[in-house]
Design a protein around this ligand. Structure first.
Ligand SMILES: [Zn+2]
Length: 438
């Protein structure tokens, strides 16, 4: 809750939090007592690739939202790629909304996409409920979602400013990546270091420098997705101090896995930008501590084992994307607790700040008037990650076998228990969220 952590009874009416009471004043006969467990706002994950329609064999609405519910995630804002069509036109947004109907265990909203030449589609998608727009400055990995150049961005920024919407950017520039890749041709593609060296921090740092410049020039809101390079933190800190309208997310894997721990051939660890060394990781925690990084999102982006080149372990050919939607709370909590952070910090990074970023004023906090979305969990209990207990479609995850603290017991969406110790008692009661709707 906004004022920190305390014992409380939460009264829920019509799916919404009606009031917070002292637990002694609990008078309702149908009250549930969760003992010493933590009741936290449902997690809001603003960076998830569900891939339906078109690539449902990678991940789909049903499997992804079951995994979300099992991990305490009650709201997802879904990325405009890798579905087919990509969400870069009003027609494609309509198709995505239609294909989500009846499949959702949690609430799901959608980002639109900015690609070369689609600036005329942004206003219609915005009016139809898209929460904002994502772009890539390097090839995205799928041909339907082309990267934009600075010239493309200069055409689209005035429109984004006019709509008062946000541009989410995959911030890597192609130049440094191409130069580094030329130098590693002779290296072993199954070695993690080959992948790491192919995506140097300068690719991120230069992209972020460009985005800060454009955000300031056009007075447009910009959001940096999945920040990996700590070298960009000082640039971002200065931009925020200077009043540039910019927010930043990082991901659980950048915070809790070090490049040194990644075995050769283990392509379940491949993502872009790459997981960097342990010193970089600590700098990201420091940036979360001082508020330069605003929140944490998973960038859940699975693919079939064949696409991950799981059997040959070739980092250079494997699909880049990490499956983690069900695990963000225990992964982040295990890393955060070790560094002296508390439950309130985790709630800010996973619930309050991402909800506020996406404009979801009815989610992300336990306060009267907000949706009765909760995750009930035990921060002291640990478990070992077993792939067969993951509900996302493909079970390959870098967290497999890890011992994590923080067991999710129950998840509530709009006051209904949607997950309880392995079961989904309320079924598919998630809704499609549209920007501006309560
Ligand atoms: Zn992503």
């Amino acid at each position: 809750m906004p004022d920190g952590i305390r014992p409380a009874a939460i009264a829920v009416r019509d799916g919404v939090i009606a009031e917070l009471r002292d637990p002694q004043q609990l008078i309702s006969a149908d009250a549930i007592d969760f003992g010493d467990s933590v009741v936290m706002p449902g997690i809001v994950d603003t960076h998830v690739h569900i891939n339906e329609p078109g690539r449902t064999e990678w991940e789909g609405f049903e499997t992804a939202t079951m995994a979300a519910a099992a991990g305490g995630v009650t709201t997802i804002i879904e990325m405009p790629l890798n579905s087919i069509p990509a969400t870069t036109t009003l027609g494609a947004l309509r198709q995505k909304i239609a294909s989500a109907q009846g499949k959702l265990f949690v609430d799901v909203g959608f980002w639109g996409g900015v690609v070369p030449g689609n600036s005329g589609e942004l206003a219609p998608m915005h009016q139809h409920g898209a929460f904002g727009f994502k772009c890539f400055l390097v090839p995205s990995g799928v041909s339907e979602f082309e990267a934009v150049t600075e010239a493309d961005l200069r055409r689209v920024f005035p429109e984004l400013a006019r709509l008062r919407t946000v541009l989410l950017a995959h911030a890597e520039l192609p130049g440094p990546i191409e130069a580094a890749t030329r130098n590693i041709r002779a290296k072993d593609p199954c070695s993690y270091s080959t992948w790491l060296f192919s995506h140097p921090p300068t690719a991120e740092d230069q992209a972020i420098e460009l985005l800060i410049r454009l955000a300031a020039e056009y007075k447009t809101r910009v959001h940096i997705v999945h920040l990996s390079s700590c070298a960009a933190v000082s640039l971002l800190r200065r931009a925020k101090t200077d009043g540039v309208n910019i927010t930043i997310e990082t991901c659980p894997h950048y915070l809790t896995i070090g490049a040194d721990e990644i075995p050769d051939g283990a392509t379940q660890f491949k993502c872009a930008p790459p997981i960097r060394d342990a010193a970089n990781q600590e700098q990201l925690w420091a940036a979360l501590r001082d508020g330069t990084i605003d929140f944490v999102a998973t960038d859940h982006s699975p693919a079939p084992p064949s696409m991950k080149c799981a059997s040959i372990g070739d980092y250079m050919r494997a699909w880049g994307g990490i499956a983690s939607l069900q695990l963000s709370l225990p992964v982040l909590w295990t890393g955060a607790h070790k560094r002296g952070f508390g439950i309130a910090d985790v709630a800010n990074w996973l619930c309050r700040n991402p909800a506020s970023f996406a404009g979801l004023s009815h989610k992300g906090e336990i306060a009267p008037g907000r949706d009765a979305d909760f995750v009930v969990w035990n921060p002291e209990q640990s478990f070992q990650v077993q792939p067969e207990k993951m509900f996302f479609r493909h079970k390959l995850t870098p967290y497999s076998g890890r011992t994590l603290f923080g067991v999710v017991q129950s998840t509530f969406l709009g006051g209904e228990e949607i997950y309880a110790s392995g079961d989904f008692p309320a079924g598919r009661r998630g809704r499609v969220l549209l920007r501006g709707e309560a």
